[in-house]
Each structure stands twice: as C-alpha cells, then as structure tokens.
Design a protein around this ligand. Structure first.
Ligand SMILES: Nc1nc2c(c(=O)[nH]1)N=C([C@H](O)[C@H](O)COP(=O)(O)OP(=O)(O)OP(=O)(O)O)CN2
Length: 173
C-alpha cells in the first residue's frame, strides 16, 4: 500500500537556556514545517474507494493539533523563570505555553510532535503508523525521526501532554 505524506506550516517561538551565552537564550521565532509519512499494512479497497482511509480522516486531528495548539505557541524549558511571570501576570496565556523538561530544542519538539501523532493515531484506531517525521526549523536546519523510538525517547516525559491525544501542550495546573 502506498505511503502518504502530509505537510503543515506554523509559527513558533522558543528560547534555549542550557548555554547562557547562546543567542538562542533570547526568545525568538521561526516559521516551521512539519512533514509526516504514514504507512499501513492494510490493502486499499481496490475498485471501490481505492484508498485505506481518506486524507481528511488521516490528517484532520493531526493538522487540527498543529493549527490550534502548536501554531504561535511559546516553547519553554519548565525551569524557565519566564513561566512564573506568565502564571502571575498573564495566566490567560498559560495554555499557549508548550513546556518541556529541559530546553525546547528542535530535537525535543520533533519528539513531542511524533509522540502526539502516535497518540492521535492510536486513539483513532487508525490502521496507519508514522514511519518518518521531519521538522524544518529553518530552511537550513531540520530534524528527522524514523519509525522506531528508543526506550529513552519514550521514557522522557512519559505520560505527559505529548502522550495525550488532545490539544494540551503543557501539564501546568
Ligand atoms: N541542536 C540544536 N542546536 C540549536 C537549536 C536546536 O533546536 N537544536 N536551535 C538553535 C536556535 O533556535 C537558532 O535560532 C537556530 O540555529 P542557527 O543554525 O543559528 O540558525 P540560522 O538560521 O542562523 O542558520 P544558518 O544556516 O547558519 O543561517 C540553535 N542551536
């Protein structure tokens, strides 16, 4: 069965704290693209629909997550002192903060996106699985995630927002 590839574009902001001398410690944004390739072992309905599932069925919830939750979210390290500022000063925006254990690098974000997509496909009972996710941070930097995640990649932030098939992007109360 042919694989399918979907692409979505969004804007985001983040800042990285591990290297205080880095220019990435200043909040800044990127216009990014996420590409996913889905594969299935099911055969298409030959002579009928000629597909296993419609594009709308396959990408609806995923692109809904990108558009409603990821687009224009601010990605932050859970230890970032700016988090307390938002909670105290602009609590109405806390739901728009995407929070990570450690820095919100493109690697961490790509892993989070992959785990969220896995959760959505599982919740849908989809016959498809993600075999590749590519996150383009800039036209010159991209992160690729293949079919299988390591035990460490599954254990990091296990059970957090990234494993839930919903629109949440943090676990703040
Ligand atoms: N391993 C990682 N390193 C860096 C990340 C990251 O997510 N993972 N992110 C950044 C910053 O977000 C920075 O904005 C992007 O990096 P940079 O390569 O400096 O971006 P440029 O657009 O200037 O790239 P050029 O190809 O050099 O123009 C930094 N490091």
């Amino acid at each position: 069965m042919p694989q399918v590839r979907f692409t979505r574009r969004f804007s985001m902001a983040h800042r990285l704290l591990a290297d205080p001398a880095s220019r990435c410690a200043v909040p800044h944004g990127h216009n990014e693209f996420v590409h996913v390739i889905l594969a299935t072992d099911a055969e298409m309905d030959f002579g009928g629909s000629n597909f296993v599932a419609s594009f709308e069925t396959l990408k609806g919830r995923w692109h809904g997550f990108i558009d409603k939750a990821v687009d224009h979210a601010f990605q932050m390290n859970g230890a970032d002192p700016m988090l307390a500022w938002f909670r105290e000063t602009e609590p109405q925006r806390v739901a728009r903060l995407m929070v990570f254990e450690g820095d919100p690098t493109t690697e961490a974000f790509a892993l989070a996106l992959r785990r969220k997509l896995d959760a959505i496909l599982k919740d849908d009972g989809s016959p498809y699985r993600c075999v590749e996710l590519t996150l383009e941070e800039t036209p010159t930097n991209a992160i690729l995630i293949g079919e299988y995640l390591s035990a460490a990649e599954r254990a990091w932030m296990a059970g957090s927002w990234m494993d839930r098939p919903d629109l949440t992007i943090n676990d703040l109360a």
